[in-house]
Design a protein around this ligand. Structure first.
Ligand code: 13P
Length: 252
């Protein structure tokens, strides 16, 4: 059975004064050993967050595809690893939109992260226009086709479905829509990696809160959540961890 993973993505939020939230989340995570929890913080907070996080995995939100070189402002996977990060998000729709990143970039970044021993959360998801045009299925299939790294396996890879129009908007797809896209992603993974696909977790992300998490996490093939806004405080994030624990018990 796939263990639920609840991962927070702080995006461009967080100063040292917010590190007490990391501690509080770490405590809640320790109280729910049946659920995996992680926090992806800004580069500048990784080392300090690791110091305060105990057993809670701390991750980054981007990585450069090269090991080193003349890439001003960029951070390599080895640097993240040395700072204490154990995972990294690649292919997030905000980076696709703001930094023109492609699925091929996500593929190269995932491979670089893997080489440095990092876990990877690989994101996919359609825009609102694509959603309205009924193209969501095609879009996520094509993104996974182009970005799934070689040797993808549950030991180091997680996929996240994040419809762009649901991010930060308070809107979510219906549970049926989530189920249908996650089933399509599972089938795509099966085609690409065979049996290993059964163990690869597929997270849902986009306006997940303590109020909707339990229902979303009960959907078939939803193996966890990637949480933005509601991960910034333990007060909002811990109820999502608790919902994941209940969803695991219900499936148990
Ligand atoms: P919100 O939870 O703020 O909608 O963000 C989702 C997200 O983009 C996580 O990566």
């Amino acid at each position: 059975m796939r263990r639920k993973l609840v991962a927070g993505n702080w995006k461009m939020h967080g100063l040292r004064s917010q590190l007490s939230e990391v501690e509080a989340v770490a405590q809640a995570a320790a109280a729910h050993p049946e659920v995996d929890v992680a926090l992806c913080v800004p580069f500048t907070l990784i080392a300090a967050a690791v110091d305060r996080a105990g057993a809670l995995p701390i991750g980054a939100q981007d990585v450069h595809e090269n090991e080193r070189g003349a890439h001003t402002g960029c951070v390599s996977a080895e640097m993240l690893h040395e700072a204490g990060a154990t995972l990294v998000i690649v292919g997030h729709s905000e980076r696709r939109a703001d930094q023109n990143e492609t699925s091929h970039d996500a593929w190269a970044k995932a491979a670089a992260a893997r080489r440095a021993g990092l876990q990877v959360i690989l994101c996919c998801g359609e825009t609102e226009a694509e959603h309205n045009a009924g193209r969501a299925e095609r879009i996520v299939q094509s993104q996974i086709e182009k970005s799934l790294p070689d040797g993808a396996s549950p030991e180091w890879l997680t996929v996240a479905y994040e419809p762009r129009w649901a991010i930060g908007t308070g809107r979510t797809p219906s549970l049926d829509q989530i189920e249908s896209i996650h089933a399509i992603l599972r089938a795509k993974l099966r085609m690409m990696v065979g049996d290993a696909a059964e163990g690869i977790r597929i997270l849902y992300g986009g306006s997940v809160t303590g109020d909707n998490a339990e229902a979303i996490l009960a959907v078939d093939n939803v193996d966890g959540a990637l949480v933005g806004g509601a991960s910034l405080t333990a007060q909002k994030f811990v109820p999502i961890i608790e919902a994941a624990a209940r969803a695991s018990a219900a499936k148990g």
